[in-house]
Every structure is written in structure tokens, then in C-alpha cells.
Design a binder for this molecule. Structure first.
Ligand SMILES: Nc1ncnc2c1ncn2[C@@H]1O[C@H](COP(=O)(O)OP(=O)(O)OP(=O)(O)O)[C@@H](O)[C@H]1O
Ligand SMILES: [Mg+2]
Length: 437
């Protein structure tokens, strides 16, 4: 379904009609090759729309601005790259079009952005030591310089702003204001393409910036269902028909098909699908599966998928517990008991130490005798590892033993870590499992 408004362009996914970005794979049969994939992408309406828009800037000097909005991993960058690749195939475009790639994570203020624009337009020599009164003056000079480079007409410039939402935090939104102002007032042929994952990005723009933006937005929405997701897995692993070793390709493809139909694999994939539908996490899972393929075992077995899935879902915090010293582990267990007894109320080092001492009194062994300073050090280490967090602000002047803390682990994480802790003493394990401290 395509909805066309006077000011904005929103394309929604519907399996029976158009599809976009992430939906691409749904339509591609596993046996189709990569080129066909890109071709399918380019055939879809968004690509054609974007391509046409950029082509108008490149060939006819028409200025444009557009925002590509979609969740992380929805394929914004991939879509733009494919469109650019297609656009640059045209000879006239390839000769004249200039590209400036900016990223909100790298160009954290407008001064850095301007330097980067100058560098990417190869105008460092032209600018030299010139001093400019304002940002607008500087940008106008750069665009003017491009005009003089080619006598007949100005060279079109494509500004691609990745992580667009971060640029709104720059002082007075000067860069955005000037780019949109140039694109709107036809001073020079430029196209501004912003990529962002924030749906409310327009709300972040200042009024004067917003009024200069064309309000053209392309939304990449994902409507993938679980069968589509499984289909995607299959198409990612599928070997093309022209694979040199035909026999191997045939066997491999059969094994992939059998794999995708396996019940346990389906359950693992369902878990991944529920937690994240994007391609990036799927790639990580499949890479882990593929890394287990060997000459002796030239196919992916369901057990590989389950193991890869386990690694993907491994809890980083529970893993960190494996590297703790026995004292630190004991303190964590004491905290767990305190949490159970006081129902999640914050605790301090003194309480934890008392809890630990209670455990020691029940044991006659002296192997767990630690000086208070050592216990304090261990406690601080746990804080450094962010396994516990102080409740007060860092400036608050409370004695360290009495500073209130909260445990950032839950019981299941602690119990899981204890099972795998190398050579965990039995009494410590029992203490952790007992309902009473
Ligand atoms: N429709 C698709 N078909 C095949 N692969 C895809 C599709 N969409 C995304 N991918 C893959 O997913 C990965 C992430 O895509 P991409 O970098 O384009 O996402 P993005 O929307 O730009 O994310 P971010 O907001 O994090 O920048 C890439 O490896 C890309 O190849
Ligand atoms: Mg991206």
C-alpha cells in the first residue's frame, strides 16, 4: 500500500504490493543470485523514487532533501548504497556528481563537519588560510568554488548525513540550517539525504530548520513474519547454481533445507526472531554456525545452530562472574541473601560483611579468613565491574562502609554463574542455594 501525502512520502509494506528495505528477501527465491537481489531492490518503488530524486539533482541541478527513517539494521545504508551505485552507472552523473559523506558520530560539531566537507570536496587549497565571518559564508564559498571549477554550470553535490539525529544537537543546528537553506533556495544544486532511526526526528529540528526541509520522508518499515525469517535464513545460506563444485552445492543446499525444517532449529530461530528481527543479529548467528563447518563435517547440524544461539544469548554479566575471586563471589552471594531477606532494599558493605561472617562462623575452616581492608578492596572491585551500583551521587560524603548499594544481578544469573565457576567449593555452592543466609 502506498500512501502519498502532499508533503511527505510514506511507503508502507504490504506483502501483496510493494515492499522495501528489510522485506527484500521475502521476494527473492533462495536460488536467486546476489545481482538479482540488488536488481529486485532497485526495482522496488522506494529505490526508484530515491534514484529519481538524486538523478534530478545530478542531471538537472534540482535541489532536494529527503530523510530515510527506519529501525537499526533495516537496510537504510544498504538501500542508499545500491541507489548510488545505480546512479553512478550513468556517465554524465559519474563525471559531475560530488559526494560528501558525514556521520553524526564522527562530525560532532559543525566546525569539524565543515573541515570534512572541505576535505571531501578537495577544496583545502582553495580555502587556504582564509578566515570566514560565519558558517554560511564558508559554505557559500565552498559551493561557489565548485561553480568556478566548471565554467558552464555548478557541480551538483550530494550530502549524505548518517546518524542524522545527532546533527540536531550541534549549536543552533547551523549545518542543517545552511544545508537545507541552500537546497531550498536553489543557490547551488545540492541534495541532502539524512539517515536516521528516530521516528520523531522532525520534532527535533528547530522551527527555522524544519521550515526549510522539504518534508520528504521515506520510512523503511519491517513487516516480516516468522516464515519470512526462516526463508531469509535459508536464502542467506543457499549456494548459487553456478557454484564451481555442483555436487557439493547440491548436497549443501539439501542440508540447509533439512536444517530449516528441523524442529529444534525452528525453536532457536523463533527465539531470535522474537528478540530481534534485524539482519545484523541474524548474520552473527549464521557466522557462528558457519565457523563450525569443517572438511570432516561439511554441513551445518541442528546442534551447531543451538550452540551458536546459546553463545548469542550468553549473558555477559554472568560470564563476568566466572573471573571473580572466591572472596568476591562470596560477597555476591551474601548480597543475594540480603536481597532475598530485605526484598531488594539497598545494602552497604558492613551488612554484606556481617552476612559473610555469619557464613564463616558456621564453617570451622580458616581458608576464608580475610582482613577487612581486603574485603573492602574486593567490594570496590565489584563496583568497578558494575556488578553493584552506589545509590547516592558520587559527591555524597558517606563513609565507604556505609554507602548504600544495589546489586545489578538477578538470582538466576548468580546461580548460572555458580554452576560454571571453575572449582567452586561445595560449601559456597550450598550456601548460595540455601534459602537462609
Ligand atoms: N533487505 C535486506 N536484504 C538483505 N540484507 C539486508 C537487508 N536489509 C539489511 N540487510 C543487511 O543488514 C545489515 C545492516 O544493514 P544496514 O547497514 O543497511 O542497516 P541500517 O539501517 O543502515 O542500520 P543503522 O541504523 O544501524 O545504520 C547489512 O549487512 C545489510 O547487508
Ligand atoms: Mg546505516
Amino acid at each position: 500500500m502506498v500512501l502519498l501525502f502532499t508533503t511527505s512520502f510514506i511507503i508502507l509494506h504490504n506483502r501483496s504490493s510493494f515492499y522495501c528495505g528489510e522485506e527484500l528477501v521475502l521476494w527473492v527465491k533462495p536460488k536467486q543470485k546476489c545481482g538479482a537481489l540488488v536488481q529486485t531492490l532497485l526495482n522496488c518503488c522506494i529505490c526508484r523514487h530515491l534514484l529519481e530524486l538524486l538523478r534530478r539533482t545530478a542531471l538537472h541541478g534540482e535541489s532536494n532533501s529527503v530523510l530515510l527513517v527506519g529501525p537499526r539494521g533495516a537496510g537504510k545504508t544498504m538501500l542508499l548504497k545500491s541507489v548510488l551505485k545505480e546512479l553512478l552507472k550513468e556517465k554524465d552523473v559519474n563525471k559531475t556528481l560530488m559526494q560528501v559523506h558525514l556521520n553524526g558520530l564522527l562530525q560532532t560539531d559543525d566546525k569539524i563537519a565543515l573541515k570534512e566537507i572541505t576535505r571531501q570536496l578537495h577544496l583545502e587549497n582553495v580555502v587556504g588560510d582564509k578566515v570566514f565571518g560565519s558558517f554560511a559564508e564558508n559554505l557559500a564559498f565552498l559551493l561557489e568554488a565548485l561553480k568556478k571549477g566548471d565554467r558552464s554550470s555548478s557541480r551538483p553535490v550530494l550530502f549524505l548525513l548518517d546518524e542524522f539525529d545527532l546533527f540536531v544537537h550541534h549549536k543552533n543546528q547551523t549545518l542543517l540550517y545552511n544545508l537545507f537553506d541552500v537546497s531550498q533556495s536553489a543557490q547551488a544544486p545540492i541534495a541532502v539525504v539524512g539517515l536516521t532511526c528516530r521516528l520523531d526526528v522532525l520534532e527535533l529540528l528547530e522551527k527555522r530548520v524544519k521550515s526549510r526541509f522539504s518534508h520528504r520522508q521515506i520510512h523503511l518499515l519491517s513487516g516480516a513474519t516468522f516464515p519470512d525469517y526462516v526463508q531469509r535464513v535459508q536464502s542467506k545460506l543457499w549456494l548459487p547454481e553456478q557454484f564451481p563444485d555442483q555436487r557439493f552445492a547440491h548436497e549443501w543446499n539439501n542440508s540447509v533445507k533439512a536444517l530449516c525444517e528441523d524442529k529444534s532449529v525452528e525453536d532457536a530461530l523463533q527465539r531470535h526472531f522474537n528478540s530481534s528481527k534485524d539482519f545484523r543479529s541474524l548474520h552473527v548467528l549464521l557466522m557462528l554456525c558457519l565457523s563450525r563447518v569443517t572438511v570432516a563435517k561439511p554441513c551445518i547440524k541442528p546442534a551447531d545452530v543451538l550452540e551458536a544461539s546459546r553463545v548469542c544469548f550468553a549473558d555477559a554479566k554472568a560470564n563476568m562472574l566466572h573471573g571473580l575471586s572466591i572472596l568476591e563471589l562470596c560477597l555476591i552471594i551474601a548480597m543475594k541473601h540480603l536481597n532475598d531477606v530485605y526484598e531488594g532494599e539497598p545494602f552497604n558493605l558492613q551488612m554484606v560483611h556481617n552476612e559473610f561472617k555469619k557464613f564463616l562462623q558456621r564453617k570451622s575452616s580458616t581458608i576464608y579468613h580475610f582482613e577487612p581492608a581486603v574485603v573492602m578492596k574486593a567490594f570496590e572491585h565489584l563496583q568497578q565491574l558494575e556488578l553493584i551500583r552506589p545509590l547516592d551521587s558520587p559527591g555524597a560524603r558517606t563513609q565507604r562502609e556505609f554507602q548504600l548499594m544495589r546489586l545489578l544481578l538477578d538470582t538466576s544469573q548468580i546461580m548460572e554463574a555458580l554452576q560454571k565457576y571453575p572449582q567452586c567449593p561445595t560449601d559456597v555452592k550450598q550456601w548460595a542455594m540455601s534459602a537462609f543466609a
